[in-house]
Design a protein around this ligand. Structure first.
Ligand SMILES: Cc1cc2nc3c(=O)[nH]c(=O)nc-3n(C[C@H](O)[C@H](O)[C@H](O)COP(=O)(O)OP(=O)(O)OC[C@H]3O[C@@H](n4cnc5c(N)ncnc54)[C@H](O)[C@@H]3O)c2cc1C
Length: 424
C-alpha cells in the first residue's frame, strides 16, 4: 500500500516561507508493527532503510517492516564523518563501491530529498616513494574499472591543500597523493531520513522503539519464521539483519558465529572557521582524516579504540592520539577549539570487507562487516541486499561479499593486514 506524501519542491518551499513552515507533515509515517510481513528488516540505520526502500522499489515487495530499537538515524548512520568514495583496489570491492557511488550521484532525485552530496574530492596522502607506487597501482586498478583517479605530485598538493605541513622534517613527510575527484561527503541524517521517507511512501512500515529480542523458529528448528520484540511477536517469511555493530547480539541466538568484532570509532568536530579545507584529506601514516563541514567545523577522526565494545562512546587516549596526528598534518589549526566528540560501534570483519549474504538458517539474511566504510556503501548495500533477499542469491555486484568466502578462504583483504579486525 502506497502512502500519499506531498513532494518537496520549490512550490512547497515557497508555501513554507509564506505560512511560517506550518504545513510540513511528518517526514515518514510512524507505525506499530503488524502481525505478519513478507520481509522484516532489523535495524533502522542506513543499510536497513535502504534495503527496505530497494525491496519496494526494485522488487515490488511492499509488505515490509523496519524494526528499530531506538529512533531512526541515532546509530552509526548519524554518527559518521560522511566520507563517500569508491577508491578501492581489490576485485569485488572496486565494482561494488562504484555501484554505490553511481547511486549516490542520483540519490537526491531518486529520493526527492536533499542528501547534500558534495563531490568535493577525496585525497589519500602518501608518505614514502614505496607508498606512492602502491597508490599508483590502486589508481590504475580504479581507472581500469572506469573509476576516476588522479595521482598527485607535491606541487599539485601544495596548491590544493596549502595548510598541510610539506616540510621535509615533518613527522611524516608528504610524497604525493591519490585523488578521487568524484568522492566527497553527504549529510548523514538526511540520508537516513530520505530513505525512511521514501520507503514509508512505498508502503514500508517504519517501527521505531521496537527492539528485537529473539527469533521465532519453525517446528524442526531449521529456519526462522518471526521475531520476538518489545512490542510483541512479528512473523515474517524473510528476516534481514542490518544491525551494524550490534549484529552479533542476535546472530548468537541463531547459532551463527560471525567473522566480525565490534569496536568503537570516534569522531570530532571543531568550532566553525572560514572555508579552508576544500576536499577530504586522509593521512594514513597518522591514522587520521579531515574535512570541513558546510557549517565551517573541521570534522575529523582517527583509528579505533581497539577494544571490543557495544558502547557508543570512546576513551581519552584516542582523543589525544587523534589530535596530535591532526596537528602533525596541519599545525596551523592548533588554536581551533574542539567542540564535540562522539563514538559509534563498528562491525569490523576479519578481512575488512563487508558481508551481504544468505545464511544456513532458512529465512535469515545477513548484512554486516562494514568496518569504517559503511556510510558510503549505503545505497549499494541496500540495492544488493534487497536483490539477495528477493532472489535468494547475490546480485553480481555482491557475489564476492558472501559469508561463504570465509569458509573457502576467498578473502578480500583490501588493506593487506591479515585476519585482524582492529587492523582494517
Ligand atoms: C565515528 C564514525 C565515523 C565514520 N565515518 C565514516 C565515513 O566517513 N565514511 C563511511 O563510509 N563510513 C563511516 N563510518 C561507518 C558507518 O557509519 C557505518 O558503517 C554504517 O553507518 C553502519 O551501517 P548502518 O547505518 O546501518 O548502522 P546503524 O545506523 O548503526 O544502524 C543499525 C541499527 O540497528 C539498530 N539495532 C541494533 N540492535 C537492534 C535490535 N536488537 N532490534 C532493533 N534494532 C536494533 C540500532 O539501534 C541501529 O539504529 C563511521 C562510523 C563511525 C562510528
Amino acid at each position: 500500500m502506497r502512502r500519499e506524501f506531498s513532494k518537496y519542491n520549490i512550490f512547497s518551499l515557497l508555501r513554507g516561507a509564506a505560512n511560517n513552515n506550518s504545513h510540513w507533515a511528518e517526514a515518514w509515517e510512524k507505525m506499530e508493527p503488524k502481525h505478519e510481513y513478507d520481509v522484516v528488516v532489523i535495524g533502522g540505520g542506513g543499510h536497513g532503510l535502504s534495503t527496505a526502500y530497494y525491496l519496494a522499489k526494485e522488487h515490488n515487495i511492499h509488505n515490509v517492516a523496519v524494526l528499530e530499537k531506538g529512533g531512526i538515524g541515532l546509530g552509526s548512520v548519524g554518527r559518521n564523518t560522511t566520507i563517500v568514495r569508491s577508491n578501492y583496489g581489490q576485485d569485488g570491492n572496486t565494482q561494488f563501491y562504484e555501484l554505490s557511488m553511481k547511486l549516490w550521484e542520483k540519490l537526491d532525485a531518486d529520493l526527492n530529498y536533499n542528501v547534500m552530496f558534495s563531490q568535493r574530492g577525496v585525497c589519500n596522502l602518501v608518505h614514502s616513494p614505496a607508498e606512492l607506487d602502491i597508490a599508483a597501482r590502486r589508481g590504475n586498478a580504479m581507472r581500469l574499472n572506469g573509476i576516476d583517479a588522479v595521482l598527485l605530485q607535491n606541487s599539485d598538493l601544495r596548491r590544493m591543500f596549502p595548510l598541510l605541513d610539506f616540510s621535509l622534517n615533518a613527522r611524516f613527510p608528504i610524497y604525493g597523493g591519490l585523488f578521487q575527484p568524484r568522492g566527497g561527503t553527504a549529510r548523514h541524517d538526511a540520508v537516513a531520513w530520505g530513505y525512511a521517507r521514501k520507503a514509508s511512501q512505498l508502503g514500508v512500515d517504519i517501527c521505531e522503539h521496537c527492539e528485537v529480542l529473539d527469533f521465532i523458529w519453525n517446528d524442526n528448528k531449521s529456519g526462522v519464521i518471526g521475531v520476538e520484540t518489545t512490542k510483541g511477536k512479528v512473523y515474517a517469511k524473510k528476516i534481514a539483519l542490518c544491525m551494524a555493530g550490534n549484529v552479533s547480539t542476535l546472530t548468537n541466538k541463531a547459532g551463527l558465529r560471525l567473522p566480525i568484532e565490534s569496536h568503537i570509532l570516534q569522531a570530532f568536530v571543531t568550532e566553525s572557521i572560514k572555508p579552508k579545507i576544500h576536499h577530504v584529506i586522509t593521512y594514513a601514516a597518522g591514522h587520521v582524516y579531515i574535512s570541513q563541514s558546510d557549517k565551517g567545523g573541521l570534522v575529523f577522526g582517527g583509528d579505533l579504540d581497539k577494544y571490543n565494545s557495544y558502547a557508543q562512546r570512546g576513551n581519552f587516549p584516542v582523543w589525544e592520539q587523534v589530535c596530535q596526528s591532526i596537528l602533525t598534518m596541519i599545525p596551523s589549526i592548533s588554536r581551533v577549539k574542539l567542540l564535540r566528540n562522539w563514538g559509534g560501534v563498528m562491525d569490523m570483519s576479519m578481512d575488512g570487507s563487508p558481508i551481504i549474504s544468505t545464511t544456513d538458517v532458512k529465512g535469515l539474511y545477513l548484512n554486516t562487516g562494514w568496518c569504517y566504510g559503511g556510510f558510503k556503501a549505503i545505497p549499494g548495500s541496500g540495492f544488493c541486499f534487497a536483490h539477495t533477499i528477493a532472489k535468494n542469491e547475490p546480485h553480481p555486484q555482491n557475489a564476492q561479499h558472501t559469508l561463504q568466502r570465509f569458509m573457502k578462504g576467498a578473502l578480500i583483504d583490501e588493506e593487506g593486514t591479515g585476519p585482524f579486525p582492529k587492523m582494517h
